[in-house]
Design a protein around this ligand. Structure first.
Ligand SMILES: [Zn+2]
Length: 123
């Protein structure tokens, strides 16, 4: 069990769906491609080679789009977990993540202990 009651689940689900809508809106604005009809972001590298002057800008746009795509993937992943009942559980150690953490970050995949371990400073 993830320790969430029905109301909390509904709230978090709604928050995730709002985030998903926002990210999808950002993607369609950035790329002029409807991501709902073309989910795999593999063909982003369609910049023509002779268009070198706009390359940097394209890269920036692609970077932003990639960031949004990654965010979107994380949110979709969380929504999937609602479907299979694993939402709210740490994917690493399996403990309940807790409502206060999920409330701040509905797409959280790990409990605070694991997350802190993963994000440990590199020096
Ligand atoms: Zn954990």
């Amino acid at each position: 069990m993830n320790g969430l009651d029905q109301e909390q689940c509904n709230y978090l689900l709604a928050a995730l769906e709002r985030t998903q809508d926002r990210l999808l809106g950002q993607l369609s604005g950035e790329q002029d491609v409807a991501p709902t009809t073309r989910p795999p972001p593999h063909e982003v590298e369609a910049s023509p080679a002779d268009n070198a002057s706009t390359r940097t800008l394209n890269e920036l746009v692609q970077e932003a789009a990639q960031h949004t795509t990654i965010q979107l993937r994380i949110v979709k992943h969380a929504l999937l977990k609602f479907g299979d009942g694993s939402y709210g559980l740490c994917e690493h150690c399996g403990v309940a993540i807790g409502y206060s953490r999920l409330n701040a970050q509905p797409e959280a995949r790990y409990c605070i202990v694991c997350q802190t371990r993963f994000e440990r400073p590199r020096r």
